[in-house]
Ligand binder design. Sequence first.
Ligand code: ZN
Ligand code: ZN
Length: 275
Amino acid sequence: MAANGSPLKAWTCEACGVQQTPSVTFPPRCPICEDERQYVGWSGQRWQTREMLTNSHRTQVEETHGVTTLVLEPAFAINQRAFLIPTDEGQIVWECLAAVTSDAVAAIRARGPVKAIAISHPHFYGAMADWGEALDGAPVYVHAADEAWLQRRPAHLRLWEGDQLNLAPNVDLVRLGSHFDGSAGLWWKTGPRRGGALFPGDAVQVSSDRRFASFMYSYPNHLPLGPKALMELRRRVEAMSFEDVFGFNTGRDMIGDAQAKLAASFDRYLRAVAA
Ligand SMILES: [Zn+2]
Ligand SMILES: [Zn+2]
C-alpha cells in the first residue's frame, strides 16, 4: 500500500513486457521502449497490471530439439521464450517471461528444484522479480553492465561481472555484448544434444531461413553493428564450442553444425557492410 492507502500495482509495458517497480498509478514512460533499441507502441505508451496479464494468459510448455521452452499464450510484447536447462544442481531458468502464470510454475516445479534464473539483456527482464519470488527466492542473474536498465530489482538480484560465469556443471553465462554492453548468452556445453548449445538472446539473431544469423544493435529499428563491434562479438562466439543455437523466439533454432553456420554468417555480414 502507498502512504495514502492506495494499493500499489505492478505495471508491465505492453511493448517490451518489462514490469516496473509497483506504483499506485501507471508510470509516465518506459525507459526501455524510449531507447533507440526498442520503440514505444504505435498507439502510445500502454500498460497492463500483473492481474490483467495473469488473468488473460497461460503459458505454453513445449519440448523443442530436446530442450523445454515456455512462452506466453496468447503472444505478448516481444514474445520471447524462456528455457529450462537441467543441471545436476537444479534447473536454470534462462530468460524471463512478462508474467508468472500458475501453470508455468507447476510445470517448472514438476521438473525439480530451480537453482537460478538468468537473463540475457534488458528487453527480456520481463517479470523477473515476480519470477524470483514465485520460484522460492531463486537468485536472478543479470550482467552488471546493464544495471542502469533494471526497472524493478528482484529481491535476490545477482549482478555478475566479467566475461564468463560458471552457473552450474557444464552451464556458463558468457558476455556477448554488442546489442547491450551486458548482453549475455547461456552456454550449455553438454546439451540438449551432444556438442552443446548456445542460447544467445538476440545478440545473435537466427535468420528466418535458419541457415544463417544476423547481428544488429537494434532489430526493430534496423541499426546494424559496425565491423569493429562485429569482430568483437565474433571473437566471443568463436571462443565457445556448440552444435546448436536456440534463438529468442519459438522456432528460431539453428540445429546442427551451428558453429560453421555462424562463421559463414559473420563472413557474409562483413561482405555486405564492406560492399
Ligand atoms: Zn517498454
Ligand atoms: Zn533485444
